[in-house]
Design a protein around this ligand. Structure first.
Ligand SMILES: NC(=O)c1ccc[n+]([C@@H]2O[C@H](COP(=O)([O-])OP(=O)(O)OC[C@H]3O[C@@H](n4cnc5c(N)ncnc54)[C@H](OP(=O)(O)O)[C@@H]3O)[C@@H](O)[C@H]2O)c1
Length: 265
C-alpha cells in the first residue's frame, strides 16, 4: 500500500481507504481484510448509521485505524457540532476522531460558527484534524478564512472516471496548490462504472487492465490515485472486492493509458 501526507500535516494515509456508506453488518469482515492488507483509513458518517459497525473494528485495535467520520449538514450550529461529535465518539467507542469532516455545507449556518466548534473539539482532544466534504472552491476558501488555529486538511468530493467535476471546477488544482488532500468518494461510480449501464467504459477499462493483469475496478482506482494528492475510498461489502481494490495501489498506469482514460468523457 502506498501512503501520502494528509493535507499539510505530518500524518500519512493510505491512497486506498475504505468507505462505509451502505455497508452491511456482514461487510465488517471486508474492513478486516482491508486492514490486514495495509489500508487503515475508514470513512464513515453519523448519517450513514455505520459507525456502529466500524466500532466493532475499532474494538479489535484502535491504533490499526485512521478513523474519519462526518457531522451532518443539519448539525452545523455550534452546540449541535459538539453534540454530534460526542454522539459519534460514543457510538464508535473511542476518545478521539482522527478526521472530522463537515459532510455538506449548509448555507443557512455561518461557516465561522461551525469551524469555531470544530476548533474547540481539536483543543479538547476529541478530534485531531478538520476536513470538509462537498464544498465548492468558494466554500472551501470561506472555511479556510474562518479558521483561527487549525487548517482544513481535506475535501471529500465525488471523483471517478465518469465524474470529472473536480477537474472542470478547478477543485483538484486548488487543493493541490493549498496542500489539501482530495478524498475521492464513489470512485467506482457507486458500482455503476462496472455495470452494464456503462458498458463502453467498462470494456475500455478492462482492455487497458488486460495489459497489466488488472481488473476494470483496479484501473479506475489507479487512474484516480495517479493524479497525486488524492485518496480514493471505495466501499466494498465483499472481502474479494476489498482485496481487489487494495491491489489497485502499488503499480502505475502508463502515461498513455492515463491520457486515454482522461479522454473517456
Ligand atoms: N461525502 C459524501 O457525501 C459521500 C457520498 C457518497 C459516498 N461517500 C463515501 O465514499 C464511499 C464510496 O462510495 P460509494 O459507496 O458511493 O461507491 P463506490 O465505492 O464507488 O462503489 C461501491 C459499489 O461498488 C461495488 N464494488 C466495490 N469494489 C468492487 C470491485 N472491485 N469490483 C466490482 N464491484 C465493486 C460495491 O459492491 P459490494 O459492496 O457488494 O462489495 C458497491 O456496490 C462511501 O462508502 C462513503 O464512505 C461519501
Amino acid at each position: 500500500m502506498e501512503f501520502l501526507k494528509l493535507g499539510n500535516t505530518g500524518e500519512k494515509v493510505p491512497v486506498i481507504g475504505m468507505g462505509t456508506w451502505k455497508l452491511r453488518q456482514d461487510g465488517i469482515s471486508a474492513l478486516r481484510t482491508g486492514i490486514s492488507l495495509g489500508s487503515n483509513f475508514i470513512d464513515t458518517a453519523e448519517m450513514y448509521q455505520t459507525e456502529k459497525f466500524v466500532a466493532e473494528i475499532l474494538k479489535e485495535g484502535r491504533d490499526n485505524v485512521f478513523l474519519a467520520t462526518k457531522v451532518s449538514p443539519h448539525h452545523l450550529r455550534y452546540d449541535d457540532v459538539i453534540k454530534a461529535c460526542n454522539s459519534s465518539l460514543n457510538t464508535l467507542g473511542i476518545k478521539t476522531i482522527d478526521l472530522y469532516q463537515i459532510h455538506w455545507p449548509n448555507p443557512s449556518i455561518p461557516i465561522s460558527e461551525t469551524v469555531r466548534a470544530m476548533e474547540k473539539l481539536v483543543s479538547e482532544g476529541k478530534i485531531r484534524h478538520i476536513g470538509v466534504s462537498n464544498f465548492s472552491v468558494k466554500e472551501l476558501k470561506e472555511a479556510q478564512e474562518a479558521m483561527k488555529s487549525e487548517e482544513i486538511v481535506s475535501n471529500q468530493i465525488e471523483y471517478s472516471v465518469t465524474e470529472r467535476d473536480p477537474e472542470s471546477s478547478g477543485m483538484s488544482a486548488y487543493c493541490l496548490s493549498e496542500k489539501i488532500t482530495v478524498i475521492a468518494y464513489s470512485p467506482l461510480g457507486s458500482g455503476s462504472i462496472l455495470s452494464s449501464n456503462n458498458k463502453k467504459i467498462h470494456e475500455k477499462l478492462n482492455a487497458i487492465g488486460s495489459e497489466y493483469g488488472k481488473s476494470a475496478a483496479q484501473v479506475a482506482l489507479n487512474w484516480i490515485i495517479s493524479k497525486g494528492n488524492i485518496v480514493a475510498i471505495p466501499k466494498a461489502n465483499s472481502p474479494d472486492h476489498m482485496k481487489e481494490n487494495i491491489a489497485a495501489s502499488g503499480w502505475k498506469l502508463k502515461p498513455e493509458d492515463i491520457s486515454e482514460i482522461n479522454s473517456f468523457l
